[in-house]
Design a protein around this ligand. Structure first.
Ligand code: FAD
Length: 325
């Protein structure tokens, strides 16, 4: 049977994050011919609503309020619960982002519903929908079928391809007025870490450095390579603990989970806690001096060598390819 699916579009600095379009694709599959309703929450966000329609939503509902300018779980959950009350969806899809991870369990528990988190693939559709998600730090995958109640799911960025954008596609955009009250926290200011370049969690190419990079300055060639490939720089916890880079770059069990098309691991040994955050990358290239390093067990391409020799060579080769192209 077809379903009505509500999909949260995530806005950051005035633009929808890519995972929002992937969530619309997931919602479309779950809906199985039913209705996909995009939802955007914030302050002055209606301008981006039509983009959700262009990516496949049938229509979009917005909730705008000055108290929703920055994310708080109190404010956003009030807004989303009001829309759920009005729309009565069969399923709700969030991105498996910091926001989605924080918000989805809170709302699901309010509705006494289950939550399938960190979904990397969806099989079937409608009543037969099956969610695939990694378990045991990515060592195995489980299949989950929700048998009753509203389905809540968060989808891991970069795993479910968005639908083709149909520029100019029309769909209704309506607003719901919600009085956001009793906030226990008010965010007065958001101080961002340096956000130059591509967002690590959504990057198609990640160049990650480990303790083998040896210093903060050692990361410079990694930044150069990442920039050349249109990607982002990541790091192991070893590198973060050694103060070579900021913890916002940490990938792994206690850091970010990434699924780029290309992951280049330089001077990273491949500890299980690191691998948990990147093993689903489509192509993994490992650069390590130690031929026995664990990272080679999961790498598609392994380069045994000194990263300070290998990375400059890669930079030169990619530059030459770009010039030739
Ligand atoms: P190392 O293990 O020291 O490896 C450095 C590698 O660099 C070595 O393989 C070496 O051969 C190579 N190397 C050295 N010099 C060069 C060179 N010039 N050229 C090429 N290669 C070189 N870790 C994470 O990454 N993410 C997490 O989220 C995370 N969460 C954790 C949670 C818990 C509860 C615990 C206990 C640990 C966690 N860790 C995490 C830490 C993890 O166990 C490892 O300690 C960490 O990943 C090691 O980082 P590394 O590979 O950079 O360093």
């Amino acid at each position: 049977m077809s379903k009505k699916v509500l999909v949260l579009g995530e806005v950051r600095e005035g633009s929808l994050r890519n995972v929002s379009f992937e969530a619309i694709a997931a919602g479309t599959q779950i809906a199985d011919g039913g209705e996909v309703v995009g939802l955007i929450v914030g302050d002055s966000v209606a301008g981006v609503a039509s983009e959700l329609v262009e990516y496949g939503a049938n229509r979009v509902v917005t909730v705008e309020h000055p108290h929703l300018k920055t994310y708080t779980s109190d404010g956003y959950s009030q807004a989303i619960l009001a829309v759920i009350e009005q729309e009565k969806p069969d399923a709700i899809v969030f991105g498996h982002t910091s926001l989605g991870k924080d918000l989805s369990p809170k709302i699901a528990s309010r509705l006494n519903a289950g939550l399938v988190s960190d979904v990397t693939e969806i099989q079937g559709a409608g009543d037969d929908v099956v969610f695939i998600r990694p378990i045991y730090s990515g060592k195995a995958f489980e299949k989950v079928k929700v048998k009753e109640g509203v389905i809540f799911a968060t989808i891991r960025p970069n795993n479910i391809a968005p639908l083709a954008k149909a520029a100019g596609r029309a769909g209704d955009v309506s607003s719901v007025s919600v009085d956001i009250t009793n906030l226990r926290t008010i965010i007065k200011e958001v101080v961002r870490k340096s956000t130059e370049g591509v967002d690590l969690s959504e990057a198609k190419v990640v160049v990650a450095g480990g303790r083998g990079v040896k210093s903060e300055d050692g990361f410079a060639p990694l930044y150069e390579l990442a920039k050349l490939l249109g990607g982002a720089v990541g790091a192991s916890r070893g590198a973060c603990d050694a103060d070579y880079c900021d913890y916002s770059l940490q990938i792994g069990q206690t850091g970010k989970v990434v699924t780029p098309d290309l992951y280049i691991a330089a001077g990273i040994s491949g500890a299980i806690q690191h691998v948990a955050g990147m093993s689903n990358s489509k192509v993994i290239v490992a650069i390590n001096k130690d031929p026995e390093a664990n990272i080679f067990k999961i790498a598609d391409y392994g380069i045994v060598g000194d990263l300070f020799e290998v990375i400059p060579m890669l930079i030169e080769e990619f530059k030459a390819l770009k010039v030739g192209a």
